[in-house]
Write a protein that binds this ligand. Structure first.
Ligand code: UGA
Length: 375
């Protein structure tokens, strides 16, 4: 199969590229960054083009014409950026992505569009807690692709521009399906974790997700910050499980994925952000800490201090994955603790060694050495 992968150099894209090449497919990949796919560059079935789709000169239509299937992973997907530059988030996540969908529509190509679990927004519990008999009932927070409603905050909470841009893109693609017989599959990832997820606090890369914030804090012995008390909950999925599901969607056996939306997540791995912090701290203490530096303390910070004004959180989100189970026979396997251990080890060994220059103190070298010994 000839795959065009837009955004192939990101966290999900880099793992997917590896899987597609390993399975013998040809991949043309486009991204601004190439550091996460360095190992694939040079592979005889991989053509990499370093390009920002916002800039002219890519020749998108020719590339789409040449592909059997198009995968669009291009997005800003870190909440800090929704607050810092909402217009750019809208422009990239809707305006630029729509151009890709339009190219696929005009050339009759199947599009696999990455969206987000964030389209579901908040739960009804977030504003009706007092009136509900059992606000902890997971049914209030379990989202199904084809029946759950979307609940977003008011305009002053501009974090939701990302969710809204993705939702609008989904709606346009869906309408293309109805009116123009467009063939697509939409994927809504629920918090994937694994090697290469985000840069740590690297000034050039903006604001990462919570795993990277916590890792950075642990390595440097600085506080792990719980935004608004860390009581919000997420369901984490290991990247290998996610890639297995995505690969099946790309293969599309018996066309079961045509015009379908899929949640990809692990309902059993639900955790509050406070519990996540505690678990990561415990793993770090047991496995990686040199015990000479005190462990990071866990502190609470208001969202307005951490992200700035305009932030509001998804309080809880549990994926209903019955569709992926039924149509694709997919079942996630990884438990939270083992995925954290594996991902933390990766960061400390493989990834952070590239940052020796910046973190060239004795403490950092000790951590890397310790992790290498265990690997
Ligand atoms: C983000 C994106 O918005 C989603 O589109 C994407 O699907 C998702 O990541 C993902 O990783 O799949 P979110 O879960 O809000 O969504 O991203 P994080 O930045 O990892 O935040 C998770 C929670 O941790 C939030 O409650 C946040 O307030 C909290 N947080 C973050 C902290 O308590 N401390 C930190 O240092 C950072």
């Amino acid at each position: 199969m000839k795959v065009l992968s837009l955004g192939c150099g990101g966290f999900i894209g880099s793992h997917l590229t590896r899987r597609l090449l390993d399975k013998g497919h040809s991949v043309t990949g486009i991204d601004i960054y190439n550091d996460k796919i360095e190992e694939c560059i040079g592979h005889d079935k991989f053509s990499f083009i370093r390009h920002d789709i916002r800039k002219p000169g890519l020749g998108l239509k020719e590339m789409v014409a040449d592909a059997d299937v198009v995968i669009d992973l291009i997005a800003y997907a870190n909440p800090g950026l929704y607050i810092k530059m909402p217009l750019e988030v809208f422009r990239l996540n809707f305006v630029e992505n729509l151009k890709i969908a339009d190219a696929c529509l005009s050339l009759g190509k199947r599009l696999i569009q990455f969206s987000t679990c964030e389209v579901y927004g908040k739960t009804v519990v977030s504003f009706l807690k007092e009136e509900l008999k059992d606000p902890e009932d997971p049914r209030y927070a379990t989202f199904s692709e084809d029946s759950s409603d979307f609940i977003l905050g008011h305009l002053g909470k501009h974090r939701w521009i990302y969710s809204c841009a993705k939702q609008l893109l989904e709606r346009v693609i869906h309408a293309y399906g109805i009116e123009k017989n467009f063939n697509y599959t939409i994927i809504r990832p629920f918090n994937f974790i694994g090697p290469k997820i985000d840069y740590l606090l690297d000034e050039t890369d903006g604001i990462p997700r919570v795993f990277s914030f916590f890792m950075d804090a642990l390595i440097n012995g600085t506080p792990m910050k719980l935004v608004d008390g860390g009581h919000h909950r997420r369901c984490y999925t290991y990247i290998d499980d996610a890639i297995e599901c995505i690969y099946r969607i790309v293969m599309n056996p018996d066309n079961v994925c045509d015009r379908q939306i899929f949640n990809i997540g692990t309902p059993e791995n639900e955790v509050s952000i406070r519990q996540l912090a505690e678990m990561m701290r415990e793993i770090y203490n047991d496995t990686f800490s040199d015990k000479r530096r005190p462990l990071s303390e866990i502190i609470e910070v208001p969202a307005s201090d951490f992200y700035g004004e305009g932030y509001e959180d998804s309080d809880r989100r549990i994926p209903d994955i019955s569709k992926a189970r039924r149509l694709l026979g997919w079942e996630p396997k990884w438990k939270l603790r083992e995925m954290l251990e594996t991902t933390m080890r990766y960061y400390i060994t493989e990834y952070l060694k590239h940052y020796r220059e910046q973190h060239a103190d004795a403490h950092f070298h000790d951590i890397v050495h310790k992790a290498l010994e265990i690997t």
